[in-house]
Design a protein around this ligand. Structure first.
Ligand code: ADP
Ligand code: MG
Length: 239
């Protein structure tokens, strides 16, 4: 791809949050199915990029994550590798893989092209993964255009969405290029998706947000939350 990943090793990565899991130095540090190790090697990934070193163990620890790293730094695998590793470890429930009408992982991205790139990458990582006697994991891509969403009334859009897939089984919700989705006016849709009927509550799913920059309003929310956590800790005598 022409990207010199070695130079990224010098990049300073800032991590904040409570009890941050330690970074991985190599893909071999991940406890994952042999199939995934093979697929990562086949993709030509010999070592993780910085955003992967930090994001992968955080996601594997079951935490929510907001990660910000420059374009071309390997954000796609930063969420796909741990999500696929956990799916392979836990097994995918029959209803979620059969027709893929009740997916366990939903990934959103702002453009058709990006959706397709993520789809192709995801297919590489799940390749050859067999569920015990039940078939393979399916990866599907669907494109909802912004125009279509705006053109439809809220109820029609919800109906369309409801008919196509059910969100009751979602364990991983990934918002890729979250900054661009906001810039393109998808903010309302992102909020609607998160609070969609049957979408599991925050504590029943992992929410993973990736972008190249962090929009001010997201940053403001984060700072607000950190202040609230600090206040709670203070009140409960933890610090
Ligand atoms: P981003 O989403 O951060 O813009 P991508 O996930 O699209 O970046 O990755 C950019 C390119 O780097 C892709 O071609 C991808 O296959 C490649 N890549 C990602 N991670 C690695 C890695 N660990 N080793 C080598 N190439 C990688
Ligand atoms: Mg990307």
């Amino acid at each position: 791809t022409g990207i010199n990943f070695d130079k990224y090793d010098e990049n300073i990565v800032e991590v904040s949050g409570l009890d941050c899991p330690t970074t991985i130095m190599s893909f071999a540090d991940i406890d994952m199915a042999h199939t995934l190790t093979v697929n990562i090697a086949k993709a030509g990934y010999s070592k993780p990029t910085p955003v992967q070193k930090y994001s992968i163990p955080i996601i594997l620890a079951g935490r929510d994550l907001m990660a910000c790293a420059q374009t071309g730094s390997g954000k796609t695998a930063a969420f796909l590798v741990p999500v696929v590793a956990q799916m392979m470890r836990d097994g995918v429930t029959a209803s979620s893989f059969k027709e893929q009408q009740e997916p366990e992982c939903i990934i959103t991205a702002p453009t058709r092209e990006l959706v397709n790139q993520i789809f192709l990458e995801a297919r590489k990582f799940v390749h050859g993964f067999q569920l015990k006697g039940e078939g393979r994991v399916h990866v599907k891509s669907r494109v909802y255009s912004k125009q279509a969403i705006w053109a439809a009334s809220v109820t029609q859009w919800e109906l369309e969405f409801k008919l196509m897939i059910s969100l009751r089984n979602v364990k991983y919700l990934v918002l890729d290029e979250a900054d661009r989705m906001l810039d393109m006016g998808f903010g309302l849709e992102m909020k609607k998706l998160i609070s969609f009927p049957h979408m599991p509550q925050k504590d029943k799913r992992q929410t993973l947000m990736f972008s190249a920059t962090f929009p001010e309003e997201v940053q403001r929310d984060r700072e607000q939350r950190e202040r609230e956590i600090a206040l709670q800790d203070f009140r409960s005598g933890r610090c």
